[in-house]
Design a protein around this ligand. Structure first.
Ligand code: COI
Length: 351
């Protein structure tokens, strides 16, 4: 794949002060189009800027889109690293398959990504909790309101220097949702698509009003088994064992989730992927066996959960702060991502 590169004539000032998450964007973006009968064409890197689309563009009406979240890190050694980017290339194609969006060659995805990151390398922020968050996405681009599978698409990559989503290892409160559901088996839960996130907003708004940062979803059929949290997969430490819900078709197959499971096994920490019911969780809390909980995701890395609320009852986990295992896993994962520890699992890609 040949990428035409047009560099900006007016590089932007880098943001000063606290970065927040996803608020400032780098100088360039990648864009490529798809037309039925032609395939993917016109790979370009152009200055970051506004797009022009028809108000009838399919994605605005029916939400046919997919996206990924990835990060580029600046290591203490000055080198720049991506973390397991091939997993995102694979996962976005799995999402595309579910959302009837054409497949995109994985080697082209990686080529586009590396070319763009290298061009905006000086946008990777310094700082232990900061990184360059990368957002690849596909959208349906047909200008037609008929409900049909689009014949044209756009693939884009934008990048934003960001701090960690919830402020590193600061613990958050989670609301366990028993009215709304995020996904059902056979639905789009395993795909990374905007609709899963927009469907979460009503519950999220209520949780935030009550003082909780995110919503924990239960399964859409029985509202019994724990699935995932708004922006992350979830892990519990119960009686010395790590437990995370098994991938059942309606849970996102997290790259961080997979990395944590691998790290646990490597550390000799018992880890189980299995269905876990909210009743089991609350009983463990009552019996003082719920020792830790944390979310895991690209944006949040590891986000300790300090308290949970379910049907009017609030439980505090441990002393409400990051526990020993959460700390250990966070440090181990960050050190690998930032080139500060040996890359035992071959996860890093140096740019
Ligand atoms: C990510 O962790 O990369 C995500 O896509 C979650 C998003 C809600 C920020």
């Amino acid at each position: 794949m040949e990428i035409k590169i047009t560099k900006t004539a007016t590089p932007k000032e880098k943001p000063q002060g606290p970065l927040g998450f996803g608020r400032n964007f780098t100088d360039h973006m990648f864009t490529m189009s798809y037309t039925e009968g032609i395939g993917w064409h016109d790979a370009e890197i152009i200055p970051y800027g506004k797009l022009e689309f028809s108000p009838a563009c399919a994605v605005f009406h029916y939400g046919q889109e997919t996206f990924e979240g990835m990060k580029a890190y600046k290591g203490a050694d000055g080198a720049c690293y991506l973390f397991r980017p091939e997993m995102n290339a694979r996962r976005i194609n799995a999402s595309n398959e579910r959302m009837s969006i054409p497949q995109f060659p994985e080697e082209d995805f990686l080529h586009a990504l590396k070319t763009l990151v290298k061009l905006d390398l000086d946008w990777i922020p310094d700082g232990a909790d900061s990184s360059l968050y990368i957002r690849p996405f596909f959208i349906a681009a047909d200008e037609v309101l008929g409900l049909s599978i689009s014949k044209t698409y756009r693939f884009m990559i934008i990048m934003t220097p960001s701090a960690s989503f919830f402020g590193g290892l600061q613990s958050v409160g989670i609301w366990i949702e028993d009215e709304y559901v995020r996904a059902v088996r056979g639905g789009t839960g395993r795909a990374k698509t905007g609709g899963n996130y927009s469907a979460s907003m009503a519950a999220q708004a209520r949780a935030q009003k009550e003082g909780y940062a995110q919503v924990m979803w239960l399964d859409g059929v029985e509202r019994k088994y724990i699935e995932e949290v708004g922006a992350m997969n979830i892990f519990f430490k119960i009686d010395g064992k790590m437990i995370t819900p098994a991938l059942n078709g309606s849970i996102l197959q997290g790259v961080t989730r997979d990395s944590i499971i691998t790290l646990c096994k490597d550390f000799g920490i018992p880890v189980e992927e299995r269905p876990i019911s909210v009743d089991e969780l609350m009983q463990a809390a009552d019996a003082n066996l719920l020792q830790e909980a944390f979310g895991a995701g690209t944006a949040v890395v590891i986000s300790p959960v300090g308290k949970l609320r379910y049907q009017g009852k609030e439980v505090t986990i441990g002393n409400g702060e990051a526990g020993e295992t959460s700390n250990k896993l966070y440090k181990a994962l960050s050190a690998i991502q930032r080139g500060e520890a040996p890359d035992k699992f071959n996860w890093r890609v140096q740019l």
